[in-house]
Ligand binder design. Sequence first.
Ligand code: GRF
Length: 211
Amino acid sequence: MKNLVILISGRGSNMVAIAEACAAEGWDARIAAVISNRSDAGGLVYAQQHGIPTAVVNHRDFEDREAFDAALAQVIDGFAPELIVLAGFMRILTPGFVQRYAGRMLNIHPSLLPAFPGLHTHRRAIEAGCKVAGTTVHVVTPELDHGPIVAQAVVSVRPDDTEDTLAARVLVMEHQVYPRAVRWWIEGQLEATADGRIVHRSAAPQLLIGS
Ligand code: GRF
């Protein structure tokens, strides 16, 4: 049974999708803890109601990123996780922290990376006149919103889309693609090619198509 630790900063809908898939599909894994840098993160309530241990490490209590990351790592390691899942965790991580969990930390970003790293991805996609948008699950590397791509999901950008309507359709896909990617990692289905790409051992589609 593999231990997962999920880091959140807000509503935690991706965390919920992963927890529900884990339970419904009988993964050989358990959510060992949900950890947030904000005590008011909505997702903590879900975790508490479902018997998942929670912890808060408030970044405001620390002088700098290094001190925060060191404290966070200590809490994470207390749950002995095989995999760290970033699900709307809104902190930039230090290289030392990323290195500590190299190859076993995943993130989901609401754009088709390498396009639109950073914030306001949906607004930027609309403003750029993109006809597709989507989301990317990737292995975390020191560079923000970078790292080998595990899976992507696409949706069309409609002429009348607003940031909110586009975000809502992308989120539906996030809730499908992230649990799938996490499950693949747990089952050992993912392998890195010599040039550092991530492929599925049995060639399962690493692209989901929404509408
Ligand atoms: C998602 O859009 C995710 O891609 C981004 O932050 C958002 C988190 O949403 N990294 P939630 O907290 O999982 O509902």
